[in-house]
Design a protein around this ligand. Structure first.
Ligand code: HEC
Length: 134
C-alpha cells in the first residue's frame, strides 16, 4: 500500500501537473492511513510542527527560522537572506499546487531542521494547517 501511494505520487510528480492543496493533502492522508489506521489530519498538530524547535541545527532550529512565526508573512532564508513568499495558501495561492515541489522542500527542510524525513502524517497535518491558517 505504501509503495503504491509513493508510486502514485511519483507519477503525478513526473507529469508535473498542477493540483489543489486538498489533492496534495489527500495523497498524504491516504499514505498516513495506510501506516496508521484511523489517521485524520489536524491543523493543530501541523501548527505544533511548524512552531517546534529542534536541536539539530543551530542556524535553523525550526520551520519558523526561515518562514517566520506567521505563515501568512513573507520569510527570509536564515543563511542566504533570500526572500521567501508566505507558506499559507491564504497569502500565496501558488502554495501546495505542485506535488514535486512540495516533496522536494519537505525532503530538504525536514532533513535539515528535524534531522529526518517527515512522515506522511506530519506532511498531511502541515498541509492542513497551511491550507486553513489566515
Ligand atoms: C533554511 C530555511 C528554511 C527552513 C528552516 C524551512 N524552510 Fe521551508 N522552504 C524554504 C525555501 C527556500 C523554500 C522554497 C522557496 C519557496 O517556495 O518560496 C521552502 C519551501 C517549503 C515548502 C514548499 C511549499 C510549496 O508548495 O511551495 C514546504 C512544504 C516547506 N518549505 C516546509 C517546511 C517545513 C515543514 C519546515 C520545518 C520543518 C521548513 N520548511 C523549514 C526554506 C526553509
Amino acid at each position: 500500500m505504501r509503495a503504491i501511494t509513493a508510486t502514485a505520487l511519483l507519477l503525478v510528480s513526473l507529469t508535473g501537473h498542477a493540483e489543489t492543496p486538498q489533492q496534495i493533502r489527500q495523497t498524504y492522508v491516504a499514505e498516513a492511513v495506510s501506516q496508521q489506521a484511523g489517521f485524520t489530519p489536524s491543523a493543530k498538530r501541523g501548527e505544533i510542527l511548524f512552531r517546534q524547535r529542534f536541536a539539530i541545527n543551530d542556524k535553523m532550529p525550526g520551520c519558523v527560522s526561515c518562514h517566520t512565526d506567521s505563515p501568512v508573512n513573507a520569510g527570509q532564508h536564515a543563511i542566504t537572506g533570500k526572500n521567501i513568499r508566505p507558506l499559507a495558501v491564504a497569502a500565496n495561492a501558488e502554495r501546495f499546487s505542485d506535488p514535486a515541489k512540495v516533496e522536494k522542500w519537505f525532503g530538504r527542510n525536514c532533513k535539515e531542521v528535524v534531522g529526518r524525513a517527515c512522515t506522511a502524517a506530519e506532511k498531511a497535518d502541515f498541509v492542513t494547517y497551511m491550507s486553513e491558517v489566515r
